[in-house]
Design a protein around this ligand. Structure first.
Ligand SMILES: [Mg+2]
Length: 285
């Protein structure tokens, strides 16, 4: 008899902008008069709210030249390399809001082949503007099985990202995947994808927050109620915090030695790094 483990079919799906790649591409905010008011980075765009009469212009994201000049996020690259080193049998996919898949897909396939030796399947590059998603803007157009799960009122309460997550979940379920990891720099996206677990009880959904500089997590800790947050990745997280948020930016290794000797190193905004018995933590002062 087969064990449940041997029936596991997993896929690791990576968001593109600011998770896999950082680019100069900007989302422009256009005023009612047609003039550009702002140019947002992909990270700023995830939380931006339009003013009255304003609209977005995504022209940079249809431009494969800008994508090709992007820098692979080192933090995410290390995650991928670690997975491969451990001999993962998982497949890989990409989720992107960028305009034209016919332009981007060949680039992404070559990038993954060249850097990681991974054969990325075209069908596993999910472009939020491709027809798999466009068809389901309206709840009435969703397949019957999903309409049943989110019947009536509860479906109308789903956000657009949640509806997209359902479409992606359904596509992956149909391909036989039952273990989906999503890597994304947007907490909102990761949360929206929780509907997959609700709609497809046989699928395990694992969210992974990508925050290469610890900027978002440090801010969340400052704003949160907890006085202490243990660093589960220990030394690696402490080094990132020292590099990006302390006076040891030039030499984080020296910061780590100072932390190990003294037990604490101050960070801005009323928090500090603490070290004791081989364990690292963030603390409020
Ligand atoms: Mg992103």
């Amino acid at each position: 008899m087969k064990s449940p483990q041997s029936n596991r079919r997993s896929i690791h799906v990576f968001d593109l902008d600011d998770t896999l790649i950082q680019t100069e591409a900007k989302v422009r905010v256009i005023g009612p008069d047609g003039a550009q008011r702002l140019a947002l980075t992909p990270a700023a765009f995830t939380t931006h709210v339009l003013g009255e009469g304003e609209s977005y212009d995504f022209r940079d994201f249809g431009n494969v030249g800008i994508l090709a000049r992007g820098v692979l996020v080192g933090y995410t690259r290390t995650i991928l390399e670690t997975l491969l080193k451990r001999g993962t049998r998982s497949d890989f996919g990409i989720l992107t809001a960028r305009g034209d898949k016919r332009l981007h897909a060949p680039f992404l396939i070559r990038l993954f082949q060249g850097l990681f030796g991974i054969r990325l399947k075209n069908a596993l590059i999910f472009n939020l503007s491709d027809e798999r998603f466009l068809r389901y803007k309206d709840s009435s157009e969703l397949p019957e099985s999903l309409r049943e799960t989110f019947s009536g009122r509860s479906f109308s309460k789903l956000s657009v990202p949640e509806r997209k997550a359902l479409v992606l979940g359904q596509d992956l379920a149909a391909r036989g995947y039952n273990d989906i990891s999503l890597f994304d720099d947007s907490r909102e996206n990761l949360a929206a994808f929780k509907v997959i677990g609700k709609a497809f009880p046989g699928i395990t959904y694992r969210p992974h927050f990508i925050d290469p500089n610890w900027t978002a997590r440090l801010q969340e800790f400052r704003n949160g109620d907890k006085p202490r947050k243990p660093l589960t990745s220990g030394r690696a997280s402490a080094l990132l915090l020292l590099q990006h948020h302390s006076r040891y930016a030039e030499n984080p290794e020296a910061g780590l030695r100072a932390l190990q000797e003294r037990g604490v190193v101050s960070l801005p905004g009323g928090v500090r790094l603490a070290y004791a018995d081989g364990k690292y933590a963030l603390e409020k002062k």
